[in-house]
Design a protein around this ligand. Sequence first.
Ligand SMILES: NC(=O)c1ccc[n+]([C@@H]2O[C@H](COP(=O)([O-])OP(=O)(O)OC[C@H]3O[C@@H](n4cnc5c(N)ncnc54)[C@H](OP(=O)(O)O)[C@@H]3O)[C@@H](O)[C@H]2O)c1
Length: 320
Amino acid sequence: MSAPQSQITIDLLDGSKAVAFAWGNGSGNAKKTALDSGKAALAAGIRHIDTAQGYENEIATGETLTAAGIDKKDVFITSKISGVKFESMPASEVRQNIENSIKDLGFSPDLYLIHNPFVIEPYSDLPAAWKVLEDLKDEGKLKSIGVSNFRPQDLELILKDAKHKPVVNQVEFHPYVLAHLQPVLDIHKKHGIVTAAYGPLTPLLGHRHPTGGPIKPVLARIAQRINSEEAGKGLPSGFEVDEIAVLLLWTRDSGVITISASGNRDNIKRLGQIAGLPKGLLKSEEMAEIEKVGKGVHFRRYTEHMEQDFPVPNLPDGTQ
Ligand SMILES: NC(=O)c1ccc[n+]([C@@H]2O[C@H](COP(=O)([O-])OP(=O)(O)OC[C@H]3O[C@@H](n4cnc5c(N)ncnc54)[C@H](OP(=O)(O)O)[C@@H]3O)[C@@H](O)[C@H]2O)c1
């Protein structure tokens, strides 16, 4: 396990532990400023970096650790096979691509994912591609292995003959995709696959969801309740809980690896503070209320293939 004792972790199926809260260098300004923002994220106390071949930031991820003077064993790293500029590849090219990833990072990441089922083409090569990850794990070249953006049919395809089940499926995850994701989450539960959330702040970012929808006032009320009851107890001095903090805590405390991002120093600092907040600040009835209200809306930021051959529920998008 690469996580320092101080971090909240989530147990994975293969016996290892993932650091529960991550900063990713694959989106927005975080992607453009991967090295400097990565250093800021580590300085803020974050100990899980999410990267991928497709972000073209694997080299910067390795350099971030060196520049920050932090030992690899103290930071959990996730990376993904995405091919060069997300160009798909047959299973025969997977081994070489993964070896390139490891070389660019400068180490074997703690968790390595197939970024998207469509990275592998033809689609029928997906089980053979998964077998390459299994072989590399057996050879000690990869540690934990998993997938990302896998729909029910993609999961079933590789689970059928898997020697090692994927330990994680990293998907867009927040209250407004819960209804759609239910069949995916059911498979996760059945097999012990941990969900990892990207895009967790989608409901609250105005450039994604214009109003915040019905979840926003619920999050605001919970933030107010925590601030009034926990100040001087469960919160660092001077730290005010806001809707963003509540949404990220809901995600993390749902047992989901939570991957946010920022290229803004103040926001990175806050993400570090949120990552360090204790478990259980949200009451179980508040956790349930967020889930219930979220399930009444369907809104996805990263549509891409997740809505192909995987019908969306007939729900409002929460913008009314
Ligand atoms: N597997 C996949 O296919 C996939 C797809 C997408 C993303 N990902 C991974 O997940 C990571 C996170 O994805 P995401 O960017 O969609 O996550 P997100 O948490 O939904 O959104 C991050 C955005 O929130 C803003 N933000 C953060 N803290 C804030 C605060 N306190 N106040 C206001 N705004 C705040 C940031 O803007 P500022 O920079 O302005 O702070 C950033 O643009 C990516 O970097 C990548 O590593 C994976």
